[in-house]
Ligand binder design. Sequence first.
Ligand code: GLV
Length: 335
Amino acid sequence: MKPRLFVTRESFSDVLDRLSRYYELEVWDRYKEPSYDVLLAKARGSDALFTLLTDRIDCNLITSSPRLRIVAQMAVGYDNIDVRCATERGVYVTNTPGVLTEATAEHTWALILALARRVVEADYFVRWGEWRRLGTAWHPTMLLGVELQGKTLGVVGAGRIGSRVAEIAKAFGMRVIYYDVVRNKALEERVGAGYVDLERLLEESDIVTLHTPLTPETKHMINEERLRRMKRTALLINTARGAVVDTGALVKALREGWIAGAALDVFEEEPLNPNHPLTAFKNIILTPHIASATYDARRKMAELTVENLIAFYEGRIPPTLVNQEVVKVRPPGFQ
Ligand code: GLV
């Protein structure tokens, strides 16, 4: 009998089809994610799960699924999974690092450029007739933005994505400083990035971009006190996780002009309510958690998730295993 695998959303059927040689597949085919209760019921009867970041894999779900051996997540972030609990129960957790680095870094730059040069605002300006209403084709002070050359980019979290964002900054002639809990000497050598503490980064940067995972330590790391440290002309970019920023404090910062603008791809509340106070500001750009949404990256994410599931089935350690210590609790495979 093949092990049972519940796939929590449809994606690339040709990629998923590879799994049917190994697993008895059930694919959730609705656009919206299964509710927690449905997920709980499906997990109870499953040996393996193919999950997304919208699926809550908490300790209750893990402990009520006695057959469950692997949770293969199609995302680099895995803050939706209780990894400690999974490890204790001998459940393997995998993610998809690397394959979405470029897409996420490129989206970060799309947001930086769009915010610095007011691209979204300018589009509305044309579309809604403001340009026509003002009646002049070109004015010396119309829609002025900020130039990147010579400015300072502060990268918070210098892992794969943060490092790639830092590298691209060199092409714009920016000075790069970074903060992380561990120093990244390779980044310092490659990009000439300066290692500083978070407080100094916030004080010196013209653009602050966030690339940390969401953990208890990084939750609300960008809080009121830290937003107040930023320059009044600074821009804040978040393509990491919404809860790294205290949203209430950010709303206050924008309302009171402590910073000049923000571009956010991630939110504490997703999907964001269109009536949320954040949507009222002109100097903010909002995208719906799509930083990794390129055809290339999403296919590779699905493929890597499949690779992890096949490796586990074959009794091999999955290539991108999150909880390495689980190997001591249980060997890989379904025996
Ligand atoms: C997306 O947010 C991811 O973690 O892959």
